[in-house]
Write a protein that binds this ligand. Structure first.
Ligand code: ADP
Ligand code: ADP
Ligand code: ZN
Length: 216
């Protein structure tokens, strides 16, 4: 199954992807997680990307296109993939189309998780993240043991870009550069809207109802 999880920052893409990747046994490819791993490891890519990420800006398209091209070649994508956080611009979407044509794995569904801005701000301001990619919320999804990741035992932190001023900038960039992709995929007939405002379980169920028919 070849899918994109689409939606604004804080919509719940990462949270849903963690469950979906186990349920459908396809890799979860989060460009944000890949970039943050590079920042932690201090790679050249990470040093360059951090400047953009800390300001809430998008990392240049050619960097992301290279990352995705390499990642989709790996053998774990043979039965499908779940992209999270990519594409975010029209050039990224067009590059993706070409990459997928070359490997003969066309996109089947783009899930657009919809959540109003006010709720996004609440979600992002209370988010706590683990380097394993798991995310929690101080009120909506608290870790069992405060400050510790229930999945891997790692230490939770607040992302630098989850501070309120950076959050607003990210939401503006989403509206300007990323939202146009909703029309782009709608015109191709593969966009499905998901109401992201319910509980994590509610949203998971809506997504499963959409994806189950694509299961091989
Ligand atoms: P994204 O990957 O789209 O940026 P996350 O999955 O990291 O979003 O979720 C953002 C924040 O909202 C996290 O703190 C997460 O725990 C919380 N969250 C995710 N889904 C829900 C939900 N359905 N209801 C309430 N809070 C949620
Ligand atoms: P969220 O889902 O909370 O918006 P991500 O973890 O997906 O955050 O991304 C964090 C940051 O990493 C973005 O604000 C951006 O700077 C960078 N980034 C991630 N994916 C992309 C992408 N496809 N194109 C450009 N920048 C990206
Ligand atoms: Zn963890």
């Amino acid at each position: 199954m070849n899918i994109v999880l689409f939606g604004p920052p804080g919509a719940g893409k990462g949270t849903q992807a963690k469950e979906l990747t186990k349920h459908y046994n396809i890799p979860h490819i989060s460009t944000g997680d890949i970039l943050r791993a590079n920042v932690r490891e201090g790679t050249n890519l990470g040093i360059k990307a951090k400047e953009y990420m800390d300001k809430g800006e998008l990392v240049p398209d050619e960097v992301l296109i290279g990352i995705i091209r390499d990642r989709l070649q790996l053998s774990d994508c043979k039965d499908g993939y779940m992209l999270d956080g990519y594409p975010r611009t029209l050039p990224q979407a067009e590059a993706l189309k070409e990459i997928l044509e070359n490997i003969n794995k066309p996109l089947e569904v783009v899930l657009n998780i919809d959540v109003p801005d006010k709720e996004l701000i609440d979600r992002l301001s209370g988010r706590r993240t683990c380097s394993c990619g798991e995310s929690y919320h101080l009120m909506f999804n608290p870790p069992l043991d405060e400050g510790t990741c229930g999945a891997c035992g790692g230490k939770l932190y607040q992302r630098d870009d989850d501070r309120e001023d950076v959050v607003r900038q990210r939401l503006e960039i989403y509206a300007a550069k990323t939202m146009p992709l909703i029309d782009y995929y709608n015109n191709r007939g593969i966009l499905v809207n998901i109401d992201g405002t319910g509980s994590v379980e509610d949203v998971f169920k809506q997504i499963r109802d959409v994806l189950d028919p694509y299961r091989k």
